[in-house]
Design a binder for this molecule. Structure first.
Ligand code: UGA
Length: 447
């Protein structure tokens, strides 16, 4: 009845967003997770995390049986023709990549394919270091199933470029599709699948076919370049802070308009966070070191990023003096607006730096991330209910996440509620000239 039946192994951002988008376009999808509660929630049509547009698609799918989530991956694989691995690849304590979820999923695929006679396509969509799809996934599947890639099964690696908050949009409108293939047949099968899924939407989207290892490295190339652009902008913000009248925002605008560069991801500020950039930059750095090559560039990218937290606190001290006994307010805690995700957020590094300098009264406010921030930061800070609450009697406010509601703040709002209205703009959202003449003010990338 369905032209394609796909199993999605892992129900995080990539897995669940792909699953519902596929099902919404007439592809039978069986997703699998080991978390019984999560599976029930998904089957009840409730999105297990917030992602723009996700709940709407889940509402549409609720009354159909084209999409289901089960806790038996072997069954999901056996009942479908294509299996996509969308498990997380977290960072180990030593900052290298943890492939244990990939390993256990490959084992499950091996078990399922042992019992299956038809050709089956296995696609790795998780971010994995070069050599993993062939050397780990392919090897385990073959060892357990007795079936070989290129003969009884297909093997592909398709890196994913979707950003949190844009996962559905990015899934439906990709810039390009990168297909790493074990052999021609595997790659063609995946390309035909996407031609079916996207139809006319694929017209202006290049499809790149390459080997598995190159595709694996494309993903790191992407995240490392984006992180590098941000650290580069922050390096120039530091240059700009050496002399009066240079504004890093203007400088990066001028640089970014060069057609060879492009203006995106040149936003200087408190530094990048999120589950991907740190994890991936560290993973490829550790991987290359293990092969005998030390990356100086990526080392610098991470160092510059970490130091932006120190810069924010230095600026606060310059403005407000010794911070120790003062109430310090943090505006925004999530790693970026539009999400409640706190992973590797700049706010964590800033809080730790403040604590290192003996500050005891830190209050944070985030429109969405209060709950996740409480899990991440615990009792290191207090949590305010709203803007008024976070600013009340404060002696220095640090803007860390550029939520829309903060963009509307005027100098008077700070003056009205704070004991001393010292303000640090860590995302360059305030009108520099207006704020600078109205209150004690500092902003990243301009003095
Ligand atoms: C990132 C990539 O953008 C995606 O393409 C990729 O697929 C994803 O990682 C992943 O590997 O899964 P994400 O981490 O969701 O996506 O968020 P981004 O929008 O890229 O922002 C990352 C961080 O960079 C945020 O903390 C943001 O504040 C910061 N940033 C971004 C800057 O400091 N300056 C900028 O100009 C842009």
């Amino acid at each position: 009845m369905y032209k394609y039946k796909v199993s999605i192994l892992g129900t995080g951002f990539i897995g669940l967003c792909s699953a519902v988008c596929f099902a919404d376009r007439d592809i039978k999808v069986i997703a699998s997770t080991h978390n019984q509660k999560k599976a029930e929630q998904i089957n009840d049509g409730i999105a297990p995390f917030y992602e723009k547009g996700l709940q709407e698609i889940m509402d549409r799918l609720k009354t159909t049986n084209i999409f289901q989530c089960i806790t038996d991956p072997v069954k999901a694989i056996r009942e479908t023709d294509i299996s996509m691995i969308t498990q997380g690849t977290p960072m180990r304590e030593d900052k290298s990549i943890d492939l244990s979820f990939i390993e256990s999923t490959a084992t499950e695929i091996g078990k399922a394919l042992k019992e299956k006679d038809q050709y089956h396509l296995v696609v790795v969509r998780s971010t994995v270091v070069p050599g993993t799809t062939r050397g780990l996934v392919g090897k385990i599947v073959t060892e357990i199933s007795g079936k070989e890639p290129g003969k009884d099964l297909g093997l592909c690696m398709q890196p994913e470029f979707l950003a949190e908050g844009r996962s559905i949009e990015d899934t439906l409108h990709p810039d390009r599709l990168v297909i790493g293939q074990f052999d021609e047949k595997s790659g063609s099968m995946l390309q035909e699948f996407y031609e079916y899924f996207y139809g006319d939407h694929l017209k202006n989207c290049p499809i790149l076919r390459m080997n598995l290892e190159s595709a694996e490295l494309v993903k790191y190339g992407n995240n490392c370049l984006l992180s590098t652009k941000i650290s580069y902008a922050n390096e120039f913000a530091n240059f700009a802070q050496l002399v009066p009248n240079v504004d890093v925002v203007e400088v990066m605008k001028g640089v970014g308009l060069d057609y060879r560069i492009n203006p995106r991801f040149l936003g200087a500020g408190a530094g990048f966070g999120g589950s991907c950039f740190h994890k991936d930059v560290n993973a490829i750095k550790a991987w290359s070191k293990s092969k005998g090559y030390k990356s100086r560039l990526l080392e610098a990218v991470l160092d510059i990023n970490d130091d932006q937290a120190i810069m924010m606190v230095d600026m606060a001290e310059e403005l407000a003096g010794d911070l120790k006994k003062k109430k310090i307010s943090l505006l925004g805690l999530a790693f970026k607006p539009g999400t409640d995700d706190m992973r590797e957020a700049a706010s964590i590094r800033i809080v730790n730096e403040l604590l290192k300098r003996g500050v005891t009264e830190i209050v944070g406010y985030d429109p969405k991330a209060r709950h996740t921030a409480e899990i991440e930061l615990g009792e290191k800070i207090k949590y305010a209910k709203n803007l008024e609450d976070v600013l009340r009697d404060s002696e220095c406010a640090l803007l860390i996440t550029e939520w829309d509601e903060f963009k509307e703040l005027t100098p008077n709002d700070f003056k009205k509620h704070m004991k001393t209205p010292n303000v640090i703009d860590g995302r360059r959202i305030f009108d520099f000239d207006l704020f600078n003449k109205s209150l004690p003010f500092k902003a990243i990338g301009r003095i």
